[in-house]
Design a protein around this ligand. Structure first.
Ligand SMILES: [Zn+2]
Length: 962
């Protein structure tokens, strides 16, 4: 049956709106406060964005049906530089950007013209995103909507910043930041192409001495200085002789530029080709000996200083380059130099259990590496590095450090080299190249006299750790990532020169950065409702107002008076805050773990009392398009609104959710949408056929299917509580279908006409379970089923109020397995049956069966032990005649699911002969059009021409087909 998805979407969205169903105020019910990271409106949302919001909406709707008063609000994050960059590109008539607006985003041309104003871009896409969210059926309380440039919000951020500064959590200082040299602005994840967070690598620079000129080498392993045999320089690179403060250094030009951003005064003296240094010697800081400077092609000018020290015993690159040098094939090495090189041998200086004396040699040979440009060297380096870092002990030739572990001595050695005046620090981007949204490659800059959030503060970290410990994190496997992030977090720049947002209240030249003004705004959803209703004026808000609403500080009457509202209104706002806070669940994509989500917790613990700390974080993976990453350049981005127009909201919601659990990447493709549509259409069709008739006296198959329904309700509820939505959907939509088919087969063969009431009950329960996921079609089906209340306002069917009937489960399992056995026999023998005879096991076998089952449930599966105990018992000693029986029965039991075994124990013996006679005859007649005869093995007069009866076992009757 074809469904007009769009008409159904509109019909129910209108109904929810008319009823103000999603406008949530405090009431006497228990509350839940669900929030999602608000969108940055610089483009319309695509399918990928839909995932997090859909998960949060399903979560909200589920909790509402469970009886909670659930607030799910939304705001819009205007803060930051990307929109500014876009506006500039529009002004410059950037053809690519404008074409994208026109063709991909379908922005009208007169609107694009207005986009030279950044706010116009944000406003346009804000409305676009909001419409998409409404069309997706998200149950958002739109009365609380705001943007981060609203006057009231700016007052709120000023309050936040003054508060953090008072607590000494915002400090002024010099710290490294990711930096765009063109914009002259720090960059973080929101400012970069591809949303990458710039990470830093700190190198130690060790300065070798060449007749008073410094040859600086950058390394992550200063401890290996004791194993240095020579220095590598790239003979092809043009290096620079530069004046660094008062010293003369030789570095690559890239390094000279990096040093400048790190605050060093640099003066370029002249260019010198790398090959000019080949064959010269420089003195190491730890000894009076000099080491040779040799040529190597693996040394890259954009890495470190462009010069490295060689530790061939422990660094695979160095070992291989030394071999290459010794080979005599390198033209820039003359014969005299070659002789000297032949004398260079690796110096081992770290002992590591499991590694040889010269580990670099071993791994190069093991991996079959034959030249220094082999990419496998990276892997080899990593392997040795981590083994030596954790298990390596410094050898006797490391002087005062001998006997220490690398992981412990690293910092001491760093300190020692620095003390003798021969070391410096070089910071590089770990994940370079990182590009700013303006296209410029970013660098590390040492920013001085800047405002930083002091995320390196130990007490602050400690408090945040405590908050995480008490929090629910879904999925829990991501918990350790948060701990790691907290541990490595350092001071973080929180001011920007350009962009939209709030000015730093005490330093108006600077704006609050976008990952700093988006950490406690969940509290603002309480206030925004009153601003939007014009009950308070955003421009009037003061720090005292926020102190009262969030902390209850000072006298409400006095504060209310100052901001022109009544004391009662102010107290109402405070009470609403107390009612909704803390945040019960924060939903976000995985990419926000290392920044936003961690900052969210840090700022809450800094600014709110413990009872208002966040309760839960839910993290989800991204969405792939037919197995591929979505990107503009791949041309596989589907705007969310387009998809909804084409397929309807519910099929999109389900397709996004059903392919993956939280942390996995979801895959979106057209076949999947069609599969979902077919499924929903068939449920819809069934709803037009089933009537709410009275439920008859229950037959075995009725008890069974209702037990299965009860099981479904329990399983789905469990999945929902863990936000395992993929699993829940599979239970609701697919797993139950095979059961329903068996039920329909059973009832059809019995020619029953009184099952409509039961089918109605089943479909009703499934539709309610489907309602949080596919709210529109669920309402439509619910209405067709004759309900006048909304499905979304009904109670979640945690239980359908029926006790699980274990006996019916045993009965139906038995019948199903007999039908399967008959089908298998027919498949093998290829006969067309004329007569079917079934033999059930005799009494002593049932007793033996129960005894074996009890053994298995008690953990005893040793066949010898079981046989002994059976023989010892008079009731079962007959197994002596048939020892094979025990083995086969034990296998029968072990091949059944544990639940079924337990059920069998509880139910005890069932009368198989009676059940098969009364329930299976009609099925056999229906399926094969033959008569069924049933005998017990112990019947004295039975039809048993092939002597089959003796093979019967409990739950495994013998079958004769003729
Ligand atoms: Zn830039």
């Amino acid at each position: 049956m074809e469904i007009d998805w769009s008409a159904i979407d509109k019909k129910w969205q209108k109904k929810w709106l008319e009823n103000n169903d999603h406008e949530i105020d405090p009431n006497n019910k228990e509350k839940k406060f669900i929030t999602v990271a608000y969108p940055y409106p610089n483009s319309p949302q695509h399918i990928g964005h839909g995932r997090t919001y859909t998960i949060a909406d399903v979560h909200s709707r589920y909790l509402r049906m469970k009886g909670f008063n659930v607030l799910f609000p939304m705001g819009f994050h205007y803060t930051g530089t990307p929109i500014l960059g876009m506006a500039k590109r529009v002004e410059a008539n950037d053809a690519e950007l404008i074409e994208g607006f026109k063709t991909l985003y379908k922005v009208p041309e007169d609107k694009i013209k207005e986009f030279v104003e950044p706010v116009k871009i944000a406003d346009y896409f804000h409305e676009e995103i909001k419409s998409g969210m409404i069309e997706m059926g998200y149950s958002i309380d739109w009365r609380r909507e705001f943007t981060t440039i609203d006057p009231a919000y700016q007052k709120f951020i000023e309050w936040q910043f003054r508060n953090l500064k008072e607590k000494n959590l915002i400090v002024q200082g010099s710290h490294p930041v990711g930096w765009c040299p063109k914009d002259q602005n720090p960059v973080s994840q929101h400012d970069t192409l591809g949303d990458v967070e710039p990470g830093f690598t700190e190198y130690i620079v060790i300065k070798f001495d060449l007749n008073g000129i410094k040859i600086p080498v950058a390394t992550l392993r200063p401890e290996t200085l004791f194993g240095v045999t020579n220095i590598w320089i790239n003979p092809q690179v043009v290096y620079q002789k530069i004046k660094v403060n008062d010293e003369i250094w030789i570095t690559s030009p890239e390094c000279a530029r990096k040093l400048e951003f790190l605050g060093k005064k640099i003066e370029v003296i002249e260019d010198i080709l790398g090959s000019d240094f080949v064959g010269q010697s420089a003195k190491a800081p730890h000894s009076s000996d000099s080491v040779l400077i040799l040529p190597a092609s693996f040394v890259k000018s954009d890495n470190g200083t462009g010069i490295v020290m060689s530790v061939p015993a422990h660094a695979p690159f160095d070992y291989q380059a030394l071999l290459d040098s010794k080979s005599g094939k390198n033209k820039s090495i003359n014969n005299d130099l070659l002789k000297n090189i032949q004398n260079i041998e690796p110096i081992s200086m770290i002992n590591t259990e499991g590694l040889g004396n010269i580990p670099a040699k071993d791994i190069v040979e093991k991996m079959g590496i034959s030249h220094q440009d082999d990419p496998k060297l990276e892997e080899a380096t990593k392997e040795i590095y981590s083994k030596e870092f954790y298990d390596g002990i410094l050898a006797n030739n490391t002087k005062q450090f001998a006997g220490k572990k690398i992981s412990e001595a690293k910092d001491e050695i760093k300190e020692w080299i620095t003390k003798v005046g021969s070391a410096d620090i070089l910071l590089e981007l770990t994940n370079s190249p990182v590009k700013c949204r303006c296209g410029t490659e970013c660098v590390v800059k040492l920013l001085s006299n800047q405002w930083f959030l002091d995320y390196s503060n130990k007490d602050w970290k400690q408090k945040a750790h405590r908050c995480f410990e008490g929090m629910n994190i879904l999925p829990n496997e991501i918990r350790s990532e948060f701990d790691k992030v907290l541990d490595w977090l350092r001071e973080r720049a929180c001011a920007r020169q350009h962009g939209l947002g709030t000015k730093i209240p005490w330093d108006k030249e600077w704006l609050v950065e976008s990952l700093a003004d988006s950490v406690i705004y969940m509290a603002f959803y309480i206030i925004s409702k009153y601003v939007n209703k014009k009950e308070i004026n955003g421009n009037d808000l003061t720090d005292e107002f926020f102190d009262y609403v969030f902390y209850g500080k000072k006298d409400s009457g006095e504060i209310a008076n100052k901001i022109n509202i009544t004391k009662e209104k102010l107290e109402e706002i405070r009470n609403e805050f107390l009612y909704f806070y803390p945040v019960d669940s924060r939903h976000s994509g995985r990419d926000l773990v290392p920044n936003h989500l961690t900052f969210f917790v840090l700022n809450h613990v800094a600014l709110f009392p413990e009872e208002n700390w966040p309760q839960e974080i839910v993290v989800n993976g991204s969405v792939l398009m037919a197995g591929k990453k979505m990107s503009k350049s791949m041309g596989n981005i589907i705007p969310l609104r387009d998809a909804v127009r084409k397929h309807g909201a519910d099929p999109i919601r389900l397709t996004i959710l059903i392919s993956a659990e939280l942390l996995q990447d979801a895959d979106f493709n057209v076949e999947a949408i069609n599969g979902i549509k077919n499924k929903l259409e068939s449920m819809y069709e069934n709803s037009t056929k089933t009537k709410a008739e009275e439920i008859p006296e229950l037959e075995p198959e009725d008890k069974w299917i209702l037990s299965m329904l009860q099981n479904l309700a329990l399983n789905v509820s469990q999945s929902m509580d863990k936000i395992r939505f993929r699993e829940a959907l599979h239970h609701i939509l697919y797993d139950f279908d095979s059961k329903l088919q068996w039920y329909l087969k059973r009832t059809k063969s019995k020619q029953r006409t009184n099952i409509s009431g039961i089918l109605h009950k089943i479909l009703s329960s499934r539709v309610l379970m489907l309602s949080p996921f596919a709210p529109h079609i669920a309402e439509e089906i619910w209405e067709k089923l004759g309900n006048s209340e909304l499905a979304s306002k009904s109670t979640w069917p945690s239980s359908i109020g029926i006790e699980i009937d274990s006996k019916s489960i045993q009965t139906e399992t038995l019948l199903k397995s007999i039908i399967e056995d008959i089908n298998n026999i027919l498949k093998v023998t290829k006969i067309s049956p004329k007569k079917i005879t079934i033999y059930t096991a005799e009494q002593w076998k049932s007793k033996a069966y129960n005894s074996i089952l009890k053994n298995v449930l008690d953990g005893q599966t040793n066949i010898g032990t079981i046989i002994k105990s059976l023989i010892a018992n008079k009731e079962t000693e007959q197994i002596k005649k048939d020892p094979d029986f025990v083995k086969k029965t034990l296998n029968d039991i072990l091949s059944e699911p544990v639940e079924l075994r337990k059920g069998r124990m509880n139910v005890g013996q069932i009368d198989e002969k009676q059940i098969i006679s009364s329930e299976l005859s009609s099925l056999v007649k229906n399926d094969y059009d033959v008569e069924l005869s049933v005998f017990s093995e112990s019947d004295s007069e039975k039809y048993d021409p092939k002597n089959k009866a003796k093979a019967a076992r409990p739950f495994k009757p013998a079958i004769l087909i003729e």
